[in-house]
Design a protein around this ligand. Structure first.
Ligand code: PEP
Ligand code: MN
Length: 356
């Protein structure tokens, strides 16, 4: 029986041979005393703290307080059998469960894909009730809709605000749905957390550490959308912020990144979805609406996303897309999402968005 130590090596940035933010798993020889190994590692400038991981073994989370760290020296410690790279450089992201439970709904892992849909922005009380009713009838489990909108221009519609949060919750409750909605600022995080089952952090805020931390502190699961110019590493770090702040779980959402090609709104990076699902074993969903910005391609991208490993889809829907106050060109109609849900259900009969 081997046990593991989790190492986070935070070498001094000026030390050429150290790799800041590296995380390593140290496997102990059989019968080794983790306490003694810990002491020996402390002598190398590594500070270990207890850390619970899903590998089911004893793990320590170790920070370096000196830059003088290298692989050979760690291997020379009595009781250390091996060092390996974990799936993720981010210890908490790496050990968070591959799936997240919302009551009877499971998102991630082997669970069938979950459908989340609704308007880009919550526009009126009547509209959001109408949308919720129609979507619930086709098996959508999460109602989406922004009360606070991050717009490129300050003169564009910025969202209805707190009233919209209340309408969203009431519409979801009336139709037995869950709520996913965006928190745009620390000032509104508590009112968002009051209504949201899943707090959305948008692309523009993915680098906002204070907001990620505040979202984590609410104790709600957080949906971390990928920054439009963020590397996968930065995206995982954003999830790490939420978990370090106290979030019980993080769901990642690929929504397209900027590329050299402006023919479509964004470049939907399905490779990153396969990576998060199959290598890091993290719950990841795809937003095909913002992904390309084109309503007509949403069905195709949705299928591709699921094939790549997405555990869910976040789709913008509007009863009259041409009259939407934001993101109309990428919103599908009820008829379109109904037909998409039917096709997906036919392809994956156990899908959770089946109406049953
Ligand atoms: C949205 O979901 O409406 C939104 C603003 O998304 P993103 O942050 O991905 O642009
Ligand atoms: Mn939108």
């Amino acid at each position: 029986m081997y046990s593991c130590l989790f190492l986070r090596i935070l070498g001094a940035p000026w030390e050429a041979d150290t790799r800041p933010n590296d995380v390593m798993i140290v496997t102990l020889t059989e019968g080794a005393d983790p306490g003694l190994v810990r002491d020996a590692l402390a002598g190398l400038g590594l500070w270990a703290s207890p850390f619970e991981g899903r590998r089911g073994s004893v793990q320590l989370f170790v920070h370096s307080h000196s830059g003088d760290v290298n692989r050979e020296r760690i291997l020379s410690v009595a009781g250390v059998a091996d060092i390996s790279e974990p799936a993720s450089r981010h210890p908490r992201v790496d050990v968070q469960a591959a799936s997240v439970r919302f009551g009877e709904i499971e998102l991630g892992g082997e669970a069938a894909p979950v459908l989340m849909a609704g308007p880009c922005s919550v526009e009126s009380e009547e509209r959001i009730h109408e949308v919720a009713e129609r979507l619930a009838a086709i098996g959508v489990r999460f109602l989406r809709g922004g009360a606070y909108k991050p717009r490129t221009s300050p003169y564009d519609f910025q969202g209805v605000g707190t009233d919209a949060l209340r309408w969203l919750r009431e519409a979801a409750d009336a139709n037995d749905m869950l709520v996913v909605t965006e928190a745009l600022s620390e000032a509104s995080i508590d009112s968002v957390a009051e209504v949201a089952d899943l707090i959305q952090i948008g692309s523009r805020n993915m680098h906002n550490g204070a907001l990620l931390d505040a979202a984590g502190r609410t104790g709600r699961p957080v949906l971390v959308k990928r920054g439009m110019a963020a590397t996968v590493e930065e995206w995982l770090s954003a999830g790490e912020y939420c978990l370090a702040g106290g979030a019980p779980a993080v769901v990642f959402c690929e929504r397209g990144i900027r590329s050299f090609d402006d023919r479509t709104r964004n470049l939907l990076d399905l490779g990153s979805v396969a990576l998060l699902r199959h290598v890091h074993q993290l719950p990841v969903i795809v937003d095909p609406s913002h992904g390309l910005g084109r309503r007509d391609l949403i069905p195709h991208l949705s299928r591709a996303a699921i094939a790549a490993g997405a555990s869910g889809l976040l789709i913008e829907v509007h009863p009259e897309p041409e009259r939407a106050l934001s993101d109309g060109p990428q919103a599908v109609t009820f008829e379109e999402i109904d037909s998409l849900a039917r096709d997906l259900r036919a392809e994956a009969p156990s899908a959770i968005f089946a109406t049953g």
